[in-house]
Write a protein that binds this ligand. Structure first.
Ligand code: COA
Length: 259
């Protein structure tokens, strides 16, 4: 359908499939990939022949292992806010899409990858999928809407446990707490299962689907997203942020000092 560097976009039988394609970096999303993602989403939105979208990651190890930590490490006070706002804006395109979007989660869905999955309307995961928001281990917080969407989806207590511990959870646990809609045995089972659900959805009136999405999204306040960006910008000023990201890049355990 289109050629991108870090994204594969194809369409078949009214359904587009968007694959984040940086398998050597576990599909971590850097700025360029985010830009391509925005462009690909706009193409899907404008194409009248496409009625639904599936988003997945390349390979069998990762959906998306997060935003690119090498780039996060270079953020400072001057660009932290725009980093968060840009990610929120792009993930909002997914959430507000009038065409149903399913996340097909085929491996690690961490940080920004988990946040992207949360912005999809439905989530299907394979048994090997793992979910987590480990930003606190880097001295930051989930800043692409994760604090808001996870809390709504699974409730405050469970969301706080995931974000404060940074623990990864299995696909089975994700199903148990409502983070995903269904799980399938193997990553290769994901596409047929997504298409089976979309077959049902696409038999219904498309305008109803769009309005159901809009009305459901309207149940939530926008102020929380602003608070998330404020907190992210505050954390970027800290020594622990520098230490957290540096430790990941140097492949060692961070030593946090609380300032
Ligand atoms: N940003 C940048 N690079 C990343 C990345 C990220 N979020 N996640 C993985 N990678 C890179 C690794 O640095 C490594 O690159 P290299 O081969 O050039 O060293 C490559 O992807 C493979 O990852 P690796 O860590 O070797 O795989 P693993 O199987 O040992 O561990 C994870 C897998 C997912 C547990 C581990 O990669 C990880 O913890 N990633 C970061 C997750 C995270 O904190 N995400 C939130 C970011 S806000």
């Amino acid at each position: 359908m289109s050629s991108f560097e870090n994204i594969l976009l194809k369409a078949e039988d009214q359904i587009a499939t968007l694959t984040i394609n940086r398998p050597d970096k576990l599909n971590a999303i850097n700025k360029f990939t985010l830009l391509e993602l925005k462009c690909a989403l706009q193409k899907v939105c404008m194409n009248k022949n496409i009625k639904a979208l599936i988003i997945t990651g390349s390979g069998e190890k990762a959906f998306i292992a997060g935003a690119d930590i090498n780039e996060i490490a270079t953020l400072d006070e001057s660009n932290a806010r725009s980093f968060s706002e840009n990610g929120q804006e792009i993930f909002r395109l997914i959430e507000n899409s009038q065409k149903p979007v399913i996340g097909a989660i085929n491996g690690y869905a961490l940080g920004g990858g988990c946040e992207l999955a949360l912005s999809c309307h439905l989530r299907l995961a394979s048994y090997n999928a793992k979910f987590g928001l480990p930003e606190a281990s880097l001295g930051i917080l989930p800043a692409f809407g994760g604090t808001q969407r996870l809390t709504r989806l699974i409730g405050k207590g469970r969301a706080l446990e995931i974000m404060l511990t940074g623990d990864m959870i299995s696909a089975e646990r994700a199903l148990e707490i409502g983070l995903v809609n269904h799980i399938v045995e193997k990553p290769s089972d994901l596409m047929p299962s997504c298409k089976k659900i979309l077959d049902k959805i696409l038999r219904n009136a498309p305008l109803s689907a769009g309005k159901i999405i809009t009305a459901t999204n309207a149940a939530y306040s926008k102020e929380g997203y602003l608070a998330e960006t404020d907190c992210f910008a505050d954390l970027i000023k800290t020594d622990d942020f520098t230490e957290g990201t540096k430790a990941f890049i140097e492949k060692r355990t961070p030593k946090f000092i609380g300032s």
